[in-house]
Design a protein around this ligand. Structure first.
Ligand SMILES: N[C@@H](CCC(=O)N[C@@H](CSS)C(=O)NCC(=O)O)C(=O)O
Length: 295
């Protein structure tokens, strides 16, 4: 496969060999044309353009979990939030927040995880002022509870809350705002509801394949096709997808509902190794709260 640098070089060459040497003042439109050709050959960009949004995708390898850091860097306070922090990587996340000069305000969870302990409790104990967030429908403990239609505001940016039950009863998807100054394309943090070319299992924690199917089709596939999909996990090496791509290629969710339910009933996955520790800990916002409750 060609590296993008090499592709650029090739495209520059082919463009100059097929056209006469341009006058000096015509070079800028040529660069614009080359960039447009690269973009069209590479498909949708896997990034969002916004002058204000700082975005980082972070990984925890033991549970193959993605944590996302978002901040409004145009706001004087540089308010930041973490989506689905993991206890094991909290120190890494705090260092990054400090290095970038951000003010962490929220630790947000898409759901009560079964495979790892949330970093929300540790973040709250290590960074004064951080508030934990989870959906009201999860019945878990947190500082703030969100419901469908709520907005989580950080500076002049916001995340919209969409109810996407199915993997668990309280699963939500957080979608970047729609409006002036909000990132384009939009970004959807789907938790375990929609994975890249897959989806969350539905065999515990109040899971339902019927609900998951409806959630994805009504709440995620209804977003603009260029909306970027950022899941909570990936087991195959993917990092980002789009609504359009999943609508076309997701091997489970492109099927009709009956076929989907049949696929989900026959996944035969073993239970997550951490489930007996993770679920009770996450119901109280992370291990720290479990310890303080026990005192
Ligand atoms: N082996 C892992 C757990 C893998 C797993 O079950 N992943 C979940 C999301 S975390 S609860 C899932 O929904 N997977 C769907 C799939 O199709 O893989 C462990 O032991 O932790």
């Amino acid at each position: 496969m060609l590296s993008s640098k090499f592709r650029f070089f090739q495209l520059s060459l082919s463009l100059s060999s097929s056209s006469p040497k341009p006058p000096k003042n015509a070079i800028f439109p040529q660069i614009v044309a080359i960039r447009a050709r690269i973009r069209s050959q590479m498909g949708s960009p896997a990034y969002t353009t916004s002058s204000r949004l700082l975005f980082r995708q972070l990984f925890e390898k033991d549970s193959s979990t993605y944590t996302y850091l978002l901040a409004d860097t145009s706001h004087p306070d540089k308010p930041a939030l973490l989506v689905d922090p993991v206890d094991k990587t909290v120190d890494r996340d705090i260092s990054l927040v400090k290095e970038l000069g951000l003010k962490l305000v929220y630790a947000i969870n898409t759901h009560v995880h079964a495979d790892h302990v949330t970093g929300s409790g540790l973040l709250k104990s290590k960074v004064p002022g951080v508030k934990s967030i989870i959906s009201k429908a999860s019945n878990a403990k947190a500082d703030l509870f969100v419901e469908p239609g709520d907005k989580i505001v950080f500076g002049d940016l916001f995340l919209e809350v969409r109810a996407t039950p199915g993997h668990t009863v309280g699963c939500v998807t957080y979608v970047t705002g729609d409006g002036p100054n909000q990132p384009q394309p939009r970004m959807a943090f789907t938790g375990d509801t929609l994975l890249i070319r897959g989806c969350g299992r539905t065999d515990f924690q109040g899971g339902s394949s019927e609900q998951l199917y409806k959630s994805v089709h009504s709440q995620i596939f209804s977003l603009p096709k260029d909306t970027l999909i950022y899941p909570a996990h990936d087991y195959k090496g993917f990092s980002v997808s789009t609504v359009g791509e999943e609508m076309q290629y997701n091997p489970r969710l492109t099927k009709d509902e009956e076929t989907f339910k049949n696929i989900m009933a026959n996944l035969n996955l073993s239970y997550p190794k951490m489930i007996d520790i993770a679920v009770p800990a996450n119901m109280v916002c992370g291990l720290q709260d479990v310890e303080s409750k026990a005192l």
